[in-house]
Design a protein around this ligand. Structure first.
Ligand code: SF4
Ligand code: SF4
Length: 424
């Protein structure tokens, strides 16, 4: 596996020796977490294949596209509107780091007390061990949390960066300003790609991204069934890879999976024994290959049926209206849609608590696990209000804080097992 890509990685200026160390641990981790599951949907074969060559297949595609003159934009947040990049024939790839492997390289330049997602993302670039971080022609950062804002200054010394200024509140004037920010981003994308964004091209791009969102939503809908046709781990993998894949292929593969899941529901096929407790996970994002919490939950007698995270519902809920119109009108429609994402960087953010309660009901969950990545002050602080609101609704909740290491795995397992048992 992966051997035939060495030349490509070398040309990308990667640290091959250290990269070998990363490649050596991934297959085992994937085997333990994923391939150990029974009766997985057959359509997961696509995602298994992608993971098996995660630093090969898609990077090679991106490099081919670059040879044809296309530009690749690397993003770190679900607020950066893919539609704008697609409308200029650009390509978007997610760049969030989900592995402890990259954290030490991040810690060389960042305070240890930075969240692991930021440390891993910076480490993946500076340590030269991720092809996606090498390939991207431009990084697009945002002003969400303080850690990210400052990390972009460090990354910006190494790679061209555009920063989108995301409002901290959602008043009308904030949304209007966000629309202007999207229009400015469109100009940067036009300059970088050399392609003009026309109203027609933007309308097409909106349709492409909406179709992807709808396909992902179909898979999520299938998890509302009493008999769960798919594990939470498998859906998490689908979502994590959606950030890296071509949006049209992503939609096609998600629809193929949804077809199979709907068929399973009709036939009453489940991947969990009857009576398995249903868990909603809320909180900070889980970038690939962070499968830690899902794995612990799903080997502790429970199943994850929904994620209220940016690697979950916050990624695909709400569509941009496909009404067309001028660029200005479409930027406004995009701004509206993105402002419905309830990230803890906003104040007030009470709509997020409402979302969690709504999802808990829709997915008929027995309990919520609210997870916080260590040193994420925003979600940690908001956890107080989340737990308070859930308790008022009579929904059991367990708040946990963790990072990418395995150091706390046994302690987490003990707490989660006790929580699941308490659910009766
Ligand atoms: S949690 Fe907030 S900052 Fe992070 S990806 Fe989501 S929206 Fe962006
Ligand atoms: S998890 Fe929190 S600290 Fe980390 S990048 Fe997201 S908002 Fe920032």
């Amino acid at each position: 596996m992966m051997a035939n890509y060495r030349e490509m990685w070398e040309a990308l200026g990667m640290d091959l020796e250290n990269h070998d160390n990363l490649c050596a641990v991934l297959p085992d981790a994937f085997g333990d977490v994923y391939l150990s599951q029974e009766n997985r949907p057959e359509s997961m074969d696509f995602w298994d294949m992608v993971v098996a060559d995660i630093h090969g297949i898609r990077p090679a595609e991106l490099i081919e596209a670059q040879k044809d003159g296309k530009k690749v934009f690397g993003t770190f947040c679900v607020f950066v509107p893919d539609e704008v990049v697609i409308a200029a024939d650009g390509i978007v790839t997610g760049l969030c780091g989900g592995s402890q492997f990259w954290v030490p390289d991040g810690e060389k330049v960042l305070p240890k007390s930075t969240c692991p997602l930021i440390k891993a993302s910076v480490g993946a670039r500076l340590g030269k061990t991720c092809p996606f971080f090498r390939i991207a022609d431009m990084y697009v950062g945002e002003t969400t949390c303080d850690g990210k804002k400052k990390a972009w200054e460090i990354l910006g010394q190494d790679v061209p960066m555009h920063i989108m200024d995301i409002p901290q509140m959602k008043r009308e004037k904030d949304i209007a300003r966000w629309k202007e920010e999207i229009a400015d981003f469109a100009k940067v994308v036009e300059e970088t790609t050399g392609n003009e964004i026309t109203p027609e091209k933007l309308a097409d791009a909106i349709k492409i991204i909406n179709a992807k969102r709808r396909a992902m939503k179909r898979v999520y809908e299938a998890r509302k069934a009493d008999k769960l046709p798919i594990s939470g781990k498998d859906v998490l993998l689908m979502t994590q890879i959606a950030f890296f894949d071509d949006p049209q292929r992503c939609a096609q593969m998600c629809n193929r999976l949804a077809d199979e899941l709907e068929d399973r529901i009709e036939k009453g096929v489940s991947v969990f024994p009857e009576g398995t407790k249903r868990i909603l996970v809320s909180g900070t994002p889980m970038a690939i290959p962070n499968w830690k919490l899902h794995h612990i939950i799903e080997t502790s007698g429970a199943a994850v049926v929904c994620e209220e995270t940016c690697t979950g519902t916050r990624y695909f809920e709400n569509e941009v209206p496909e009404t067309g119109g001028s660029l200005d009108e479409q930027f406004a429609a995009i701004a509206d849609r993105y402002m419905k994402i309830n990230c803890a960087c906003f104040t007030p953010n009470t709509d997020r608590t409402k979302d969690i309660i709504r999802l808990a009901k829709e997915y008929k969950v027995d309990g919520v696990i609210d997870v916080n990545l260590k040193f994420c002050c925003l979600y940690d602080t908001e956890g107080y209000s989340v737990e308070q609101a859930l308790k008022e609704e009579g929904i059991p909740v367990l708040g946990i804080e963790t990072d990418y290491t395995d150091a706390d795995a046994e302690q987490l397992r003990t707490r989660i097992e006790a929580f699941v048992e308490m659910l009766g």
